[in-house]
Design a protein around this ligand. Structure first.
Ligand SMILES: NC(=O)c1ccc[n+]([C@@H]2O[C@H](COP(=O)([O-])OP(=O)(O)OC[C@H]3O[C@@H](n4cnc5c(N)ncnc54)[C@H](OP(=O)(O)O)[C@@H]3O)[C@@H](O)[C@H]2O)c1
Length: 250
């Protein structure tokens, strides 16, 4: 039997980048996956087509999680389509890249809306559908604990997410729901390509990564799949770093 047969999985940002790889990895082990996304119908259609070709159960729901009407449409569909949810993966994120002194309140609030408030709102909304054996996994970033150039806004949201997940882990462990974070190093997704100073970051990452290679979305997805598995039931409130050892170096 495949590990996630009969499991229902929700992956926010599940149609692109790291989230897409997570959707495919969990569906590849038998899960029914619902991948949420905001705008890119093309990415969603491509994922559904790939899933169909591979015989995987992946459907998608479009909706901006920061927009009230759109958020309510998404959760109404999730309530209609899922009588239970086993695994919730928060991969969706966005944000403004600015130096701290150039960052406006509006830009910071907008970044918090998707990377922090939408995470909490959706978790609170869906928790009633989860039970013993459940898993909540967030994708955080080294920018939550370290400085990445012009990553002030996203890094701040990730630091806040790290704290939020510690509280989730504490509150939900007694209910049999394990909460953890995965922290990837630089992964060359579309989002990463928009980073200022990307060229320099790539060179530094390659120079200072002991494994000698960049982390891929699939590397991250495999770790998410492990944390989602029964084997990881006693791992609670941890952040698993997937970066080829880069953070070992001072
Ligand atoms: N890439 C890296 O180097 C890296 C490193 C560390 C951590 N991370 C984290 O890993 C996660 C995935 O990153 P990624 O690089 O794979 O990003 P990505 O390729 O840009 O994918 C982001 C996903 O989030 C969705 N999304 C964005 N805004 C949304 C909104 N308002 N409502 C609903 N969905 C929304 C996007 O939907 P649409 O495509 O439809 O807009 C897309 O599916 C993020 O949490 C990121 O912070 C990434």
């Amino acid at each position: 039997m495949k590990s996630f047969e009969s499991k229902t999985v929700i992956v926010t940002g599940g149609t692109r980048g790291i989230g897409r790889a997570v959707s495919l990895a969990l569906a590849g082990q038998g899960a029914r996956v619902i991948a949420l996304y905001a705008r890119s119908r093309k990415s969603a259609a491509e994922l559904e087509k790939e899933a169909l070709g591979k015989g995987l159960n992946i459907s998608t729901i479009r909706g901006d999680l920061t927009h009230d009407d759109s958020y309510h449409e998404v959760v109404t569909r999730l309530h209609d389509e899922c009588d239970h949810i086993d695994i919730l993966v928060h991969s969706a994120a966005s944000g403004v890249h600015r130096k701290a002194m150039e960052l406006s309140d509006r830009q910071l609030k907008w970044t918090f809306e998707i990377n922090f408030f939408a995470v909490h709102r959706l978790t609170r909304e869906l928790i009633g559908k989860m039970g013993r054996g459940g898993r909540i996994i967030g994708i955080t970033s080294p920018g939550g604990t370290h400085v990445i150039p012009s990553y002030t806004a996203v890094g701040s949201t990730k630091g806040a997410m790290d704290a939020l997940f510690r509280h989730y882990a504490m509150e939900l462990a007694p209910l049999g729901i394990a909460v953890n974070l995965v922290c990837p190093g630089l992964v060359m997704t579309e989002a990463a390509k928009a980073l200022p100073e990307l060229e320099r970051m790539l060179n530094v990452t390659l120079d200072y990564t002991p494994s000698g290679k960049l982390t891929t979305s699939e590397d991250v997805a495999e770790v998410v799949a492990f944390l989602a598995s029964d084997a990881a039931s006693q791992i609670i409130g941890q952040t698993v770093v997937v970066d080829g050892g880069k953070t070992l170096l001072a």
